[in-house]
Design a protein around this ligand. Structure first.
Ligand SMILES: [Zn+2]
Length: 149
């Protein structure tokens, strides 16, 4: 079986929230693609409920493109519901990614509408919680205050 980078991470030794540079690939024509572990919740201690995580996913999808419009490939929730993986063209310092994540979390707190919540636009449009998404964003931001990467 192939070794998976995130399976080698000792999840008992990390302290969330944090941003981790989780991978760097160079394609056949020289493009660099990087992956970041955006951990919002302490692994094996908490997990974001699916409705809140789903709403965070929609909001991260929209807001992240304001900061990484040409670079972003994907930002998707982790199955363990403790954070997101961000995949971008090129390479950025984790401090820069953290700055962007904090900006997005601040915007989420002020959001009053979830984007793309019709049956046509979303695969499970009934399963959203803006209230929950905002509460988790607030909780993560509070933990970030005064904390370095
Ligand atoms: Zn959706």
């Amino acid at each position: 079986m192939k070794e998976i980078e995130s399976f080698k991470l000792d999840h008992t030794q990390v302290i969330a929230p944090y941003i981790r540079h989780a991978g760097r690939l160079k394609g056949p024509v020289g493009d660099v693609v990087c992956k970041y572990d955006i951990r919002l919740i302490q692994p094996n201690v908490g997990a974001i409920p699916t409705s809140s995580l789903h709403t965070l996913e929609h909001l991260f999808a929209v807001y992240s493109r304001d900061y990484l419009e040409e670079e972003i490939i994907d930002i998707s929730p982790m199955g363990c519901r403790t954070g997101f993986y961000l995949i971008i063209f090129g390479e950025k310092d984790v401090v820069e990614i953290q700055r962007i994540v904090i900006e997005i979390l601040k915007r989420i707190i002020d959001t009053d509408k979830i984007p793309a919540t019709t049956a046509k636009e979303c695969g499970n449009y009934r399963d959203h919680s803006l209230f929950g998404a905002k509460e988790y964003a607030r909780e993560v931001l509070e933990k970030y205050q005064g904390k370095k990467v």
